[in-house]
Design a protein around this ligand. Structure first.
Ligand code: NAD
Length: 426
């Protein structure tokens, strides 16, 4: 390849570019397309001045990156976090392009955020940041141009402030520009469970694909928040045995399977901070925080943070299969070690696509002004997740490659084909 490869001091962007170049090389992608797709179409940096509650003025850095709109409007979340920077947004935007492409939904990839510490902000200050972010990106966002969504530390309230700001600036209601809105304000039934539901669907499809018995298969899950909870419930309903769950308070293990409904009740209704701390079950053992990573189980689901399996601990992982629910839970060098050990991995942008597929459903409902039942939503979600899994699994088998590379290749090809059909203009 004579292409001069981009890289970055930001580990996440460096990793995303490496995976892209490796897959592009394997599939023999045209050099011009490699040059195009290794860059973002637009990168916006903005200042967000806010009058704080104490009367002082603080200026926050905000961003929006549109990696690709070759297939459709760019789609991706807006993150409020101290680590947010342009390179991180670019990496996440690029991954959104591949995630949407792989899911077969009509979107490209985007991502945005504000560098701030939400724990130190009042609700009023967060609202000012959100409304100024929306005003700054107003020329770039739209139901057919760029459709932002929640991400780390943003959710329904921020989406309402974004939507309301843009709607007031344009003097018309713009519900389809933002997804992840509350149900009374053009949100969608089914969205809360969508990602966890989709993750578990991939795990169950993987068991089926390798001929393993689903009934009684053992599962461990790191992180018992939105994704971990709904994945656990789905596994239990399918007859699996969830032997371990964890959150920041430690790992909770029962060799015969945990009572997941009781754990969910504890987190949602008993613990004041919605944690597993204090959860009890006869015969249950409380283990250390990171023990959940090393249990001898059929399926391990990292559903908490990025970078939890690295080259320093990959050797200790004993699970037979891993379904990545979090974004980037396995570093690139750890991925190679796990592959070597024969552990099959369903990559994040295939496994956790339930969230963005759910966003697509919300957008479609908003554009049509007609809302679906939760059953319709779930039935369509599961059908798409199963089809996507099957496509990547079969492609990987045919080419003799691991699922991650197969997923990249399938995703890149769809975007590349759109470019080939349209030719080079912008
Ligand atoms: P969440 O904040 O609801 O839950 C996170 C959970 O992880 C909490 O239980 C927390 O206690 C736990 N946790 C944090 N640090 C931990 C540690 N060191 N060890 C063990 N547990 C720890 O978040 P979520 O919405 O469930 O998202 C989980 C992951 O999935 C994130 O990486 C997120 O980016 C990714 N993701 C989420 C969605 C979605 O729709 N929610 C979609 C795609 C990807």
């Amino acid at each position: 390849m004579t292409v001069v490869k981009r890289t970055s001091s930001n580990g996440f962007l460096a990793n995303s570019l490496k995976y892209f170049y490796d897959a592009a090389e394997e599939m023999g992608l045209e050099e011009g397309l490699i040059e195009i797709l290794s860059r973002s179409e637009r990168k916006l940096s903005m200042s967000i001045p806010v009058e704080m509650d104490d009367g002082t003025v603080k200026v926050f850095d905000g961003f929006r990156v549109q990696h690709s709109t070759a297939v459709g409007p760019s789609k991706g979340g807006v993150r409020f976090h101290p680590n947010v920077c342009l390179d991180e947004c670019e990496a996440l935007a690029m991954m959104m392009t591949w995630k949407c492409s792989l899911a077969g939904i009509p979107y490209g990839g985007g991502k945005g955020g504000v560098c701030c510490e939400p724990l130190e902000l009042s609700k009023k200050e967060k609202e000012k940041i959100a409304r100024t972010w929306a005003a700054r990106v107003e020329p770039l966002v739209g139901a057919w141009t760029d459709v932002p969504a929640p991400d780390v530390n943003t959710g329904g309230p921020e989406m309402v402030w974004f939507m309301d700001t843009i709607s007031k600036m344009r003097n018309r209601l713009e519900p389809a520009i933002f997804t992840g809105k509350p149900i009374p304000l053009w949100g969608s039934k089914g969205r809360t469970a969508a990602t966890g539901y989709g993750v578990a669907t991939c795990g169950l499809e993987l068991l089926k694909a390798v001929g393993a018995v689903q009934e009684g298969a053992s599962v461990s899950i790191q992180g018992f928040g939105n994704v971990g909870t709904y994945a656990a419930l789905t596994f239990v309903d399918a007859g699996c045995k969830v032997v371990a769950i964890s959150d920041i308070t430690g790992t909770y293990y029962h060799k015969d399977g945990l009572d997941i409904r009781k754990a969910v009740d504890h987190v949602q209704n008993v613990h004041p901070k919605h944690l597993l701390e204090g959860f009890e079950q006869d015969g249950m053992e409380k283990l250390d925080l990171n023990d959940v990573l090393y249990l001898d189980v059929d399926l391990f689901i990292p559903a908490a943070l990025e970078g939890v399996i690295t080259k320093d601990n990959a050797d200790k992982v004993k699970a037979r299969f891993i379904v990545e629910a979090a974004n980037g839970p396995i570093t690139a060098d750890a991925d190679a070690i796990l592959n070597e050990k024969g552990i099959l991995i369903v990559p994040d942008f295939l496994a956790n696509a339930g969230g963005v597929i759910g966003s697509y459903f919300e957008w479609a409902q908003d554009l049509g002004g007609y809302f679906w039942t939760e059953e319709e939503y779930n039935e369509r979600l599961i059908r798409i997740m199963k089809e996507n899994f099957e496509r990547v699994w079969t492609y990987g088998k045919e080419k003799g490659i691991f699922m991650r590379k197969a997923a990249f290749m399938v995703a890149i090809e769809r975007v590349a084909e759109a470019h080939r059909m349209k030719g080079i203009f912008l």
